[in-house]
Structure formats: C-alpha cells, structure tokens
Write a protein that binds this ligand. Sequence first.
Ligand code: SF4
Ligand code: SF4
Length: 325
Amino acid sequence: MLPYYLAYGTYKYVKLRFFNDSKPFGCSLAPTVKCNLKCKHCYESRNRMSNKKELSIEAIDNLAERLSKQGMKHCTLTDGEPLITNESIEKCEVVIKHFWMNYIVTNGTMEIPDFPVIYILSLDGPPKIHDKLRGSGVFGKLKKNVRKSPNDNIYALCTLNTTNHKHIPNIIVTAMDLGLKGIMFNWYNPSSANDPLWIDYPTRNKDIDRLINLLDHYPKFIYNTIYELNLLRTPKWTGSCPNHWIPSYDAFGNLKIPCIFGEHAYCSRCGCHVFPALSESITKGRETVQMKLALDFADTFWIKDNIVKNVITNDLVKTLMNYGL
Ligand code: SF4
Ligand code: SF4
C-alpha cells in the first residue's frame, strides 16, 4: 500500500504546482502575551510593553472559528505562557475545540491541564543551563509539573543559542529523564545583527553534524529530519519560506508579518525548523513530525469532517507520533 505521507505529498505537490493552491492548513494563536519568566532569548517580550487590550475569550473563540472555517485544521497556542491565568487557560479550552489537532507550547512552570492536545515543552538545557537562560528554579518547577501531568503527550522543543549549544547530548538525556516523548531542535532567531545569543552559520553547521550523528543513536527520540537539518545549514531556504502555510496572530488579534517572529524577524539568520520541516512534507512527501500530515491525508480522501474528528483520537495521535509519523 502507498504510504500515506507519499500519497499526501503527491497530492499537495500537484495542488501546489498545477492549481496554485497554497492555502494555510494551520495557524498559531496567542491566548495571552503575559508570562511569568523573562527568558534571555524571548522574541515576544517586546509585545509585553504594549498597552493594547488582549482578545477576550469570546473574541479568540470567534477568531478560531473563522480560521477553522477557512480550512485550517491545526492550531499552535503559544507566544506568552498559555497556561498562566485562568482566563488564558479558558482561551486554550475554547480554541482547541475548533481544530482537529492542537499544540500548546508551555514553559512548564504551571500545572499542565488534561486537554486533548500535544504539549510542546520549552527545554533549553540540562538543569543549570536551563535556569541560566530562564531563571533560577525554573527547571525544578518544570520537572515537578511534568511528573504530575495527567497528559503524557509532551515533547521538548530546544532553541539552540551560544549558551546551550555545546550541551546537545545532555539536553537529549535530560528530555529522556523527564519522560518526554521526543525532542525537536531549532536555532535562535536574533533580534539584531550583533545579538550575542545567535550562533553563526559555521558553528550551526557543526551542531547540525553532531545532531545528524545523534540521530543514529536516538532515531525515535529526535524529531528533526536530515533533510530539514541540511536546509538549515544556510539561509538559502529563507528566500522562499512557506510562512503563508501557518499565519500567526498575536494576543491582540493582529496578524503577524511575516511570521510568528513579527516585524523583527531576521530571515537571513532564521533558525526555525518548522518551515523547513513543512517544506519536506509538502514538496518531498516525506514523513515528518507534523501530525497535520495524517489529518490532511484524511481530508485528501474526502472523509467527512465529523467522522475524522471522532476517529482522530488522542490515542491514535500518540500511536502515530510513537512511530515517527
Ligand atoms: S517562557 Fe516563553 S514567552 Fe515566557 S519569557 Fe520565556 S520564551 Fe518568552
Ligand atoms: S523569520 Fe519567519 S518568515 Fe523569515 S525565514 Fe524565518 S520563519 Fe520564515
């Protein structure tokens, strides 16, 4: 039988090339801009100075409904800390009802609710390095919350910068010790030309060589692919970044241009792995971490929405993720 990702890739390739169809399939929304941490590498901290009013629960509900009606099936809840207040948690709850699949990106310092989502936990290093970047005692809280989480669908996301990149093997072991399901790496996006946390391309290439070697040891645990890592070796891919596939909205309901990094996006130094991963899915038809493959694949074959919604359960998601699909 034709693997679903190959069928999906062919379908998407034909739609893109011959029907010029590149409509977004997912979005990212921000339940709040507030956060209890002051990470050195936070791209969202500038927005925290704003006096603007955040979207209400009803307004974010309406926005999510509008986006899902446009055909988007996946949502990532991120930006500030989505689990910081009762209101932001309620916003997560109303948004996730509109999409087939949701990720909540969290710093792990808050209790993790039992929502039918995949949690993406920011992990910047082994304990001391994590706390150096995120603040004293942060790793301890994260560990406690992960241990008692009612949802074990938790994956680590590590942003490599000049402080933590030498600890890649330890970061992987830390994520495994926490009992997480896997880890994804990306590289820090600088906010200016002389940002001290940015890793230059020759150094990034050495990280990539190391990660590709580690993929042999942890093939089921590291969720980056060789294709995606090789794309990130140079800024060449950024000229045709498929950012239109995932529009990002800030906590005030404004579309961020050109992408989640907003007006300060530094494309020629970008280290985001999401769009290289999607490029691989779409243009090569290969398996990647993106669960949207499975969801869009179902859509490809015109299965009725409500049947798919009931069939794509958390257990199925877990099973597919475990097989690296
Ligand atoms: S936890 Fe996330 S949102 Fe909060 S300061 Fe750190 S990087 Fe920014
Ligand atoms: S900064 Fe944003 S738009 Fe620019 S290459 Fe990176 S992800 Fe794409």
